[in-house]
Design a protein around this ligand. Structure first.
Ligand code: GAP
Length: 452
């Protein structure tokens, strides 16, 4: 079961400290959200799972953390200055602004008027001044995708590591887009995070690598707890492709508001390295690129077999962190009956994603011995380094269970009078609600096993 409506998710997120409207106390700003204590843990766990699968579990991908502020040159030659725009119309009656694809039968969705301006391109990039003078002569863009600085660092990474083609560069970080109509909670926002891999391959081997990464990324989402029946692979139509793409397959997820893109896997050909390289005429660049006289670096590799310099092709799996968080929250949301009169909400998150790995709950809030034994167990489990372990000293076991069900804590550990005598504790499983009594060694093994 998933959430029935987006409202259920929004309400849970606020109630339990996952996600808040940003700048809320001043009325909020559309398209901006803050991640609270539970949200930041969930988001970090998702990013860490991606990073592990990309960098630690393989040997052909390197990591990068490049700047957000980006030189206009980079985004000129990447094509973003010219093409990164949405067609926009204004409603002359109610003054609302819409992307053309949002119009309802050529009418304003808000007031239904047909009195609209002609569509005109609206560039989605944010700009900011660099240096003390704000006269427009020195500025940077806030990057609209993390990918571009991967391409500009291609040579740095190639020469500072032992990588040869095929290899990849992975990066997680913020991107910014001045979306005309941000909506659907954290689905379409103006400040968001991306997890992007640029995987460089020999031209000619691009199509088989493209297929490989589509399969690999689809399976990764399933391993994060997403049910296959809520996923779909969509081949993007030629007319809908981004300016850099030869072919793109989107991983679509069934969000509460409809089936939409969670991740895109694009074959970017030699467009990006070809756009940013110096001496473009030396290479047989297949993509249509803008002439570049400014770049100082050749972005090519030496083919050891035929001793020629080639610009690699790029396969790019690009996932939205926020869209991932939304999909995972939706997927794990459950409401179930506990008995005749009571029901509970719970998040059946995969343990590696749970914001809190275990909650240690003293039976009596003010009993020093019990609280001290609970603190000690928290410390031991925390030291195992598997994530956040919380001491939950509310004094109300039922309330604590309810709270931890709702934030997806897989294990609750209750410390009581018996613990003081024989060191055993009660362990409660989130999903089955079954309880058992475990001694110290068994507790540690049980806890570790939960995350293997
Ligand atoms: N580098 C390629 C690229 O940026 P994209 O399809 O524009 O491609 C990739 O974006 C992913 O980033 C999307 O699949 C989505 O998950 C996420 N994303 C894009 N725009 C977003 C927005 N306004 N809010 C939240 N996530 C967004």
């Amino acid at each position: 079961m998933t959430a029935k409506t987006m409202e259920e998710l929004v309400s849970l997120c606020k109630r339990r400290g996952f996600i808040f409207q940003s700048n809320d106390i001043y009325g909020g700003v559309k398209g901006l959200y803050d991640y609270g204590p539970m949200g930041v843990e969930l988001k970090n766990n998702l990013k860490q799972s991606w990073w592990k699968s990309m960098i630690y579990e393989r040997d052909d991908i390197e990591g990068l953390d490049a700047t957000i502020l980006t030189s206009p040159d980079v985004l000129k030659y990447s094509g973003h200055e010219d093409t990164f725009s949405d067609p926009l119309v204004d409603c002359k009656s109610c003054k609302a602004r819409w992307r053309t694809d949002q119009l309802e039968d050529t009418s304003c969705p808000s007031c239904k008027s047909k009195d609209l301006t002609e569509p005109r391109p609206f560039n989605l990039m944010f700009k900011t001044a660099i240096g003390p003078v704000d006269d427009g002569s020195s500025f940077a863009y806030l990057r609209p995708e993390t990918a571009q600085q991967i391409f500009t660092n291609f040579k740095n990474i190639l020469t500072s590591t032992n990588q040869t083609i095929p290899f990849g560069i992975a990066q997680i970080g913020k991107s910014f887009r001045n979306e005309i109509t941000p909506r659907n909670f954290i689905f379409r926002v103006r400040e968001f995070e991306q997890m992007e891999l640029e995987f460089f391959v020999d031209p000619g081997k691009d199509e088989s690598w493209h297929k490989y990464w589509i399969d690999s990324r689809y399976n990764w989402w399933i391993n994060q707890g997403i049910d296959k029946k809520n996923l779909e692979l969509l081949v993007v139509e030629k007319s809908e492709l981004s300016h850099y793409s030869k072919s793109t397959v989107d991983i679509m997820y069934k969000y509460p508001h409809g089936k939409e893109e969670l991740e895109g896997i694009a074959n970017r050909t030699d467009f990006d390295l070809g756009s940013h390289t110096k001496n473009q005429e030396e290479f047989n660049i297949k993509a249509k690129v803008m002439k570049n006289d400014k770049s100082t670096t050749k972005l090519a590799v030496l083919n050891l077999e035929n001793k020629t310099w080639t610009i690699p092709f790029v396969i790019e799996p690009s996932a939205g962190v926020d869209r991932g968080v939304l999909a995972i929250l939706n997927e794990s949301y459950k409401e179930e009956k506990v008995d005749e009169n009571n029901s509970r909400v719970l998040l059946t998150l995969k343990p590696h994603l749970s914001p809190i790995k275990a909650a240690v709950i003293p039976l009596k809030k003010n009993n020093e011995e019990i609280v001290s034994a609970a603190k000690n167990i928290k410390k031991i489990l925390q030291k195992l380094g598997l994530g956040r372990v919380a001491l939950e000293n509310s004094g109300n076991i039922a309330k604590s269970y309810r709270r931890h069900d709702e934030i997806g804590t897989p294990i609750c550990i209750t410390v009581d009078f018996e613990t003081l005598e024989d060191k055993t504790v009660t362990v409660r499983d989130r999903d089955t609600m079954q309880q058992k009594r475990l001694g110290p060694e068994d507790l540690i093994n049980y806890y570790k096993d939960c995350f293997n």
